[in-house]
Write a protein that binds this ligand. Sequence first.
Ligand SMILES: Nc1ncnc2c1ncn2[C@@H]1O[C@H](COP(=O)(O)OP(=O)(O)O)[C@@H](O)[C@H]1O
Ligand SMILES: [Mg+2]
Length: 251
Amino acid sequence: MDRPHRGPAGPALARGAPMTANQPGTVNILEARGLAKSFGETPALRGASLAVRQGEIVAVMGPSGSGKSTLLHCLAGILVPEEGEVWFGGQRLDTFGDDKRSALRRDRFGFVFQSGQLVPELTAEENVAMPLLLSGTRRGPAITAARKWFSVLGLDGLQHRRSGELSGGQAQRIALARGLVAEPAVLFADEPTGSLDSVSGELVMDLLTGAVRDRGTTVVLVTHDAQVAAYADREVIVRDGRVSTLTGTMP
Ligand SMILES: Nc1ncnc2c1ncn2[C@@H]1O[C@H](COP(=O)(O)OP(=O)(O)O)[C@@H](O)[C@H]1O
Ligand SMILES: [Mg+2]
């Protein structure tokens, strides 16, 4: 990466710290530098670099198989790249061991994937509460926090449904609530509307962008859909495992 790194974001990243504004900041909360990652003989990333500013929504676009999900997984500490560096708020997370990366994902990151992946045995509110339960919040307060999301996302009355009793759009809004309930610093969304019709997809994107802008949450949004990318502050394109900037200005 040829731009200077802005250095640790420091106190601005502290949990619960007030956001200065609901505008993207000037600090890079997340940065990939020259990532390479292969699966066997298949190169997925070949020198991918991306800087994400605190509070911005970045759409990562590109054709199927170009490396978008692999880039997201490296940024989120799910995968470790073979080359390059991943920085989150002044910490180089690709050097962390499995346990430290898991803890970081659990405590600071939220996730929404293409098809909600709700736990079918649990009620909707238990699914939403799951990230809080996993980080040690007691059941009562976790369920209370989860319930708040049902009115925010237009899900009132669905708290006790199981995933088999929900429409695709409802299930995806519940997955969104689960991704946001622990107030993550970064929400990683991989084709979050990919399995929805366009009306449900627009509703999910309206709710997602509304919720994150209210909270100053940073979003890495992988999509191959230009209508979904239009919700972002900035778009980048991944081609053959490398990132190119399409619109907007880099920090
Ligand atoms: N777990 C995996 N095992 C083998 N090959 C993979 C795996 N994940 C991704 N790939 C390959 O890496 C390349 C990039 O994949 P991916 O990051 O999923 O692309 P995208 O999300 O843009 O569709 C593709 O050629 C894909 O087949
Ligand atoms: Mg993908």
